[in-house]
Design a protein around this ligand. Structure first.
Ligand SMILES: Cc1cc2nc3c(=O)[nH]c(=O)nc-3n(C[C@H](O)[C@H](O)[C@H](O)COP(=O)(O)O)c2cc1C
Length: 207
């Protein structure tokens, strides 16, 4: 297309040393770069970066677009420590610059235009927001890790209302200098073991 060629020429003139990759490559590179970071440097995540990460959560997809999430931003070490004590596999929460507890508002199902056939999808929506935030954080060189929180204890520590369900927590922080250069190792199942192509049945030939 003509306009795309023009844009590319202008880009090459302006940034001759930076290769222009497609958004597919850029997004996949960020996905590959993301890995769970559990130990952080002492450098705080600044407010502007935090706002950008929260914006990524805000614009995430949700069932019937009910946006059932609420993001509780916690920087207070005492509260982070209390939540750490409620977690099974999160004995590092207090070391994160920011801990975001993601809750799902059960009442938001009333905002759906259709019946929500699968109420669990409200919480799945919150998980979508978590993934968006983790990827956006990665794009800004901010490390992240989801931490499982048991609804009951975390709910009492946070003094939440009954209609709020604790979905999980997200640690955010800057990586330690020593870890920055270490590429993430993703140990994943091979594609053929997780994908099944269900092809359309072939049409009968002949009579
Ligand atoms: C729903 C969910 C719950 C998780 N809970 C914890 C947790 O409690 N503690 C923890 O250290 N990591 C937790 N993780 C991170 C996983 O351990 C991690 O994503 C997985 O080992 C793959 O590694 P990677 O994120 O570095 O690719 C959780 C991840 C997800 C998606």
């Amino acid at each position: 297309m003509k306009w795309e060629q023009d844009v590319y020429c202008i880009y090459l003139l302006m940034f001759p040393s930076i290769p222009m990759t497609s958004s597919y490559d850029q997004i996949l590179a960020i996905m590959r770069k993301r890995c769970s970071i559990r130990y952080f440097s002492d450098a705080p995540v600044d407010h502007e970066s935090l706002k950008k990460i929260l914006e990524a959560g805000r614009i995430s997809p949700s069932v019937e677009n009910v946006q059932p999430w609420h993001f509780h931003v916690i920087v207070d070490t005492a509260l982070k420590t209390k939540l750490m004590e409620t977690s099974c596999y999160g004995n590092f929460i207090a070391g994160a610059s920011v801990f975001i507890v993601i809750t799902c508002d059960r009442l938001s199902s009333a905002e759906a235009h259709c019946i929500l056939w699968n109420p669990k999808e409200m919480e799945y929506s919150c998980a979508m927001a978590a993934q968006s935030m983790m990827l956006l954080a990665t794009s800004m060189n901010i490390g992240s890790c989801w931490v499982s929180l048991h609804h009951g204890p975390a709910h009492s520590v946070m003094q939440l209302e009954g209609h709020q369900v604790v979905v999980g927590g997200l640690m955010l922080g800057h990586m330690k200098k020593s870890d920055e250069a270490t590429p993430c190792e993703h140990q994943r199942k091979p594609m053929e073991s997780i994908v099944t192509y269900h092809e359309k049945p072939k049409k009968k030939t002949g009579r």
